[in-house]
Ligand binder design. Structure first.
Ligand code: SUG
Length: 451
């Protein structure tokens, strides 16, 4: 049996989770703008998923939240003075910019980086490229702390290589693992990496969406594959269906999920479905692996139902017996066509043997389901032993984090609260304690937070 396991690094929701409608093209984010948020419940919902999956024996870890607010950003764009003055001026003149500086968006760690495990890379190390997320202001500044966090956890350079984000310019729009899927015959064996993009900066023949932005470019995906030293014969670049992006499919993980040899996808996931499948099959044959596509047609689940339920933003986890578990948000069970589809495809004898659902409503209202909340990193036993152990989920860590959340998090946050200078101190106190709790002193750089 292969000793390589897939770890899921879930984002621990930060204390300033709120609904600010910052993500044009993400219909849940726009639809819930200014709704009251409950950061405490958001964090506890995420922790409950981590704990349940760890208890089932899946390799589960976390990535910590980032310091907020980003006063450095607000000062750089002309809001000067003490922290209280910066917040008051931004609240009065540009509440959207204020919300961008407070966003808890690093919780969606599928967008933290793209990861290639060691069997795929030229130098036999695990490569991680931090995503620049440059399509959205509130996400574009995540990259510096993300790089710092990943370097703290994957600190052993004999095993890991963390690349800085690509240049932050539209040509290299990169959203990380949300547009990247690895197929293989076993996590420890060479795999095929599929990169999905929504547009190209330089090849104007490639059709892009008209209404909503395509966040990932072909050029960014190609750069990541180069940086990771991937073998081009085991890499696939696939164009997303532009019309689907225009209906709210802002990342590929909103419309497709794959693991091992299984690809669960909607018929409108890719611009050219037949070519995508045949190319995947051909490349997988080179690594002696097959493909088991599970196609969902629009007659069974419309694009609208797919986006509302987040059926495809699910996790496919492999059980020790080799069967797959599908982890879905509970919205899937509340959507009739999706629930009917799930009844049909999950069960004994099928590639997906079991269904698990979680209440992740707080994150879902911002367009973040189970797959958005996690970053997959396949690690050999030696690599797993080399990561910082303090972030690996256990009953004990779960218990400590629940208490920490209950001590520090508010249970209600509205956009108006983002002008409250007291929230600055609360958020900082929480994260300073977290550094110690996770055994990562010096994780955060507070120099921008000075009054
Ligand atoms: O980038 N929402 C996130 C959701 C990310 C989901 N990730 C994946 N699909 N992998 C985004 O659109 C909303 C924040 C707000 O509106 O307050 C937000 O950033």
């Amino acid at each position: 049996m292969s000793m390589t396991r897939e770890f899921n690094f879930d984002g621990l929701v930060g204390p300033t989770h709120n609904y600010a409608g910052l993500s044009f093209g993400n219909v849940a984010s726009s639809g819930n703008v200014r709704a009251p948020a409950n950061p405490r419940q958001a964090a506890l919902q995420g922790l409950a998923k981590m704990q349940a999956l760890a208890a089932r024996g899946f390799a589960q870890a976390l990535l910590p939240p980032q310091p907020r607010p980003n006063l450095g950003l607000l000062r750089r764009i002309g809001f000067t003075g003490s922290a209280a003055q910066v917040l008051a001026r931004a609240a009065a003149e540009a509440p959207v910019l204020l919300a961008a500086a407070w966003s808890a968006s690093p919780m969606w760690t599928a967008n933290a980086a793209t990861v290639s495990p060691s069997p795929d890379t030229a130098d036999g190390r695990v490569h991680l490229t931090v995503a620049n997320l440059n399509n959205k202001l509130h996400r574009a500044y995540e990259q510096s702390q993300t790089a710092r966090t990943l370097r703290a956890i994957f600190h052993d350079t004999r095993h890991f290589c963390v690349h800085d984000a690509l240049p932050s310019t539209p040509a290299f729009g990169d959203e990380g693992a949300a547009n990247h899927t690895r197929f293989c015959a076993g996590h420890g064996k060479p795999g095929v990496e599929m990169f999905v993009h929504g547009r190209s900066e330089f090849d104007t023949r490639i059709p892009g969406p008209r209404r909503y932005p395509a966040r990932q470019t072909l050029e960014a995906s190609q750069a990541v594959a180069r940086l990771h030293g991937l073998d081009p014969t085991r890499v696939l670049h696939v164009l997303q269906d532009a019309a689907a992006i225009d209906q709210g499919v802002f990342h590929n993980d909103v419309i497709a999920v794959g693991s091992g040899s299984v690809l669960l996808y909607h018929e409108h996931a890719f611009a050219d479905e037949a070519a995508t499948l045949s190319s995947l099959r051909e490349k997988l044959a080179r690594v002696h692996a097959g493909l088991e596509p599970i196609r969902v047609d629009a007659g069974a689940v419309s694009l609208r139902d797919a986006v509302e339920s987040y059926l495809f933003n699910s996790q496919l986890l492999d059980r020790p017996d080799g069967n797959l578990v599908l982890v879905v948000p509970q919205e899937c069970l509340e959507n009739r066509p999706v629930a009917r589809f799930l009844e049909r495809i999950v069960g004994a004898g099928a590639p997906i043997a079991e269904l698990l659902s979680f209440d992740l409503r707080q994150s879902m209202r911002n367009g973040g389901g189970p797959a958005c909340l996690r970053l997959r990193v396949a690690l050999s036993a030696g690599e797993a032993a080399a990561i910082h152990p303090g972030v690996i989920m256990s009953d004990a860590l779960h218990g400590r984090l629940v208490q920490w959340v209950e001590r520090h998090y508010r249970d209600r946050l509205l956009p108006a609260d983002l002008a409250d200078p007291q929230l600055v101190g609360e958020a900082r106190a929480a994260l300073e304690e977290l550094e110690n709790l996770l055994g990562l002193p010096g994780l955060y750089d507070w120099s921008d937070a000075q009054d």
